[in-house]
Each structure stands twice: as C-alpha cells, then as structure tokens.
Ligand binder design. Structure first.
Ligand SMILES: [Zn+2]
Length: 129
C-alpha cells in the first residue's frame, strides 16, 4: 500500500528490533535455567565448583539486558521519542528540556542512537535451527 510506505519502513524496523529483543529475552530465560541447574548440581555434589560457569552466564545476562535496553532506545527513536537521561520519561525527539523534570538534553540527543548493535544480528550463541 503506497499510502503507508513511509510508516511501513518504520514499523518494519520496529518489528526487527522487537524480534531481536524477544530472542534475547528467550536467551536470558535459558541462561537463568542453566544457572539454576548448575547451582543445583553443586548443591547435590559439593565437590564440584561451578562458580566460573555461573559467572559466565551472569555476565551474558547482563550483556543481553544492556543490548535490550539499546534496542528499546532504537524503537523509541523510530517512534519519534527519546528517554530523559534523568527521569527516564519519554520525550519528543525535538525537546531540548524534559517537561517532566526539567533536565536538559545533550547536544545531538535527537540524532539516531549511535548503537553498535547490528539490528537483527542473531546472538552468537543462537541455536542453529
Ligand atoms: Zn526528565
């Protein structure tokens, strides 16, 4: 539908970002499951030390949370919004000050998020199926 070409592109980007967020959330659930199993294994047999394995997964979860946060910022940008750095309120991209808390936005805050995350790049450990 020609009438919606412009909006179509925007919502397509949002769909890609959202799909990536969904995948990352699934990976987080898997990591938590693995952490639970590792911990239980150690509880059953305290001669094994799974600290390193658990820490690896915790770091992975932290990385995934950060990536999801960045993707959420990108989705907001697609919708013409940005987050206040002080109070996290959604603001119009052109706002110089947050109407909720009065915080000043940094120069260039209306620019596209300079994220390094490839939009739909699958996680390195994504299941091959
Ligand atoms: Zn604010």
């Amino acid at each position: 539908m020609a009438l919606f070409d412009n909006k179509g592109k925007t919502s397509n980007n949002i769909t890609v970002y959202q799909r990536s967020i969904d995948e990352k959330n699934s990976t987080i659930v898997r990591r938590f499951d693995e952490i639970g199993r590792l911990y239980y294994g150690q509880y059953k047999d305290n001669t094994i030390d799974v600290t390193k394995d658990i820490n690896q997964r915790c770091e992975d979860v932290t990385r995934l949370y950060n990536e999801i946060e960045e993707l959420n910022v990108k989705i907001l940008f697609e919708r013409g919004l940005k987050l206040c750095p002080a109070c996290r309120a959604e603001n119009s991209l052109e706002n110089a000050f947050c109407p909720k808390c009065g915080a000043k936005f940094a120069e260039g805050s209306a620019n596209a998020p300079a994220s390094v995350i490839a939009a739909a790049a699958p996680a390195p450990d994504a299941p091959a199926q």
